[in-house]
Write a protein that binds this ligand. Structure first.
Ligand code: SAM
Length: 209
């Protein structure tokens, strides 16, 4: 698999790990300006560690849904182009503002990813990659609603958390339902469980149908 430009494997003490160049955000180890990307704390980091083709090449235009306080989207902004970060909880978004200070290509938006019309006038269309990690009900519907921002040959990089859909249902049944919903809008390119980094999470890589 090819890592995006701007993501490299670096040595941190005894450990070889993925890293991007930028100011540290969550207390991660750094060396020579590179910051370790912890796959246990980042679904996208886990996908790259597991060798998934995410469509990220470096310098891409990205919409990131579920930015929280910026653990993952900070790494994305380190290697991508314009990166729009949607988060609906005010508290983590406040923390994200300090992440933005050294990343002029990162644009935080306090908005609900279930209502893309509320940010459609701010976020550019024809983006290369849509990354989603919202951990809420209706994750597939959220991805479908935001497909409008992707270029025709763009890539959806989605982490589905089974327990956010239904704690009582078998995770594989949840994933099947989610895939069926996604198929109304996307062609599925790949699916992979995120163990051992994240339990009961499925990564889905897709492109607009
Ligand atoms: N992606 C983050 C990272 O790796 O650094 C972690 C994201 S956390 C699992 C899920 C985030 O999605 C939470 O911060 C939550 O507030 C946010 N979220 C949930 N539903 C949302 C929605 N409808 N719109 C925007 N953000 C949402």
């Amino acid at each position: 698999m090819s890592l995006p430009a701007g993501v490299e494997r670096r040595q941190f003490g005894d450990e070889s790990a993925l890293a991007t160049r930028g100011d540290p955000v969550y207390g991660e180890p750094t060396t020579d300006g590179w910051r370790q990307w912890d796959p246990h704390r980042s679904k996208l980091g886990a996908m790259l560690e597991l060798g998934l083709e995410t469509g990220l090449e470096g310098g891409d235009g990205v919409l990131y849904l579920g930015a929280a306080s910026g653990t993952t989207v900070s790494h994305v902004a380190d290697m991508a182009g314009p990166t729009y970060a949607v988060e609906f909880a005010p508290r983590p978004l406040r923390d994200l503002l300090s992440v933005v200070e050294s990343r002029p290509n990162l644009f935080p938006l306090l908005a609900d990813a279930r209502q893309p019309a509320t940010y459609a006038h701010v976020v550019e269309h024809g983006l290369d990659v849509l990354i989603q990690d919202v951990a809420t009900t209706g994750q597939a519907r959220v991805a479908n609603g935001n497909a409008q921002f992707l270029a025709g040959d763009g890539t959806l990089v989605l982490a589905i958390k089974a327990r956010s859909e239904d704690v009582t249902q078998d995770p594989d049944a949840v994933f099947e339902d989610s895939i069926a919903t996604l198929e109304s809008t996307y062609e599925i390119l790949d699916t992979t469980h995120l163990e051992p980094f994240h339990d009961d999470h499925l990564a889905v890589i897709a492109t607009p149908a």
